[in-house]
Design a protein. Structure first.
Length: 237
């Protein structure tokens, strides 16, 4: 599938059942109580699994316990993948902070340039780690929720290479743009008051479903192109 097909399919996907969008919206609102957020993440993970299984309908809100556990697994994966980013940000902060005794004016433009470059490096690393982390979650779904599958880096890099870093980044940017537009619309409607209900109840769950579907389709398309290991024929005497 090309990028246009993936985005088009993913945009239409949540509208196949607005009732389930509303249910996820209620869970989204309830996530302020912390515990329901794992159900939210777990349902998004279930969408990925269903898409990889070739199912085009939104999954059911059943087996709540399993959905909660899946959400917890995805949360753990996110925390582990965020650790390198936090470490790098901390190191950059310490290095830049070591010169805080002198003002930026006294250090001149070199200080400002170093600050910009350090932030740029942190951003690029965060982006790369984030892209790998997304595929890690999808690969975990592909392996029926096996937590270890999220850390099989050779498999993850193989899938991303098959997709193509360029195609993956462009798709990511398009998904981000669609998400930003959706949130922007929700924020604008807040001035009409209905946005306070529309954003968490409809727009955010719709975007969660859209993004999960898009990344799962991207992964599924790549896996379909990854050559399988050759099967050795039995030796006959």
């Amino acid at each position: 599938m090309d990028i246009g097909e993936i985005i088009s399919d993913s945009i239409k996907y949540p509208s196949s059942n607005w009732g389930k969008v509303l249910i996820l919206g209620i869970i989204t609102i309830a996530s302020v109580l912390i515990v329901p957020v794992f159900l939210l993440i777990g349902y998004v993970f279930r969408i990925i699994k269903a898409t990889l299984a070739g199912i085009d309908e939104l999954p059911e809100f059943d087996e709540i316990g399993g959905m909660f556990v899946d959400g917890l697994k995805v949360f753990v994966v996110g925390i582990i993948y965020s650790i390198p980013v936090y470490i790098i940000a901390l190191i950059v902060g310490l290095l830049m902070g070591s010169g805080s005794a002198a003002s930026a004016a006294s250090l001149g433009p070199g200080y400002v340039l170093a600050l910009l470059l350090s932030n740029l490096v942190t951003f690029i690393i965060s982006l790369i780690v984030g892209l790998v982390a997304i595929m890690a979650v999808v690969n975990m779904a592909y392996n029926d929720g096996d937590l270890g599958a999220a850390f099989r880096f050779s498999d993850l890099l193989n899938v991303i290479a098959t997709i193509g870093w360029g195609k993956y980044i462009v798709t990511y940017i398009v998904i981000a743009i669609v998400g930003t537009v959706g949130v922007f619309i929700g924020v604008l409607t807040m001035f009409l008051l209905i946005g306070f209900i529309l954003l968490p109840l409809i727009i955010l769950p719709y975007l969660f479903m859209f993004e999960a579907r898009a990344f799962a389709l991207l992964f599924a398309d790549a896996v379909g192109e990854v050559p399988e290991a050759p099967v050795e024929e039995p030796v006959t005497e």
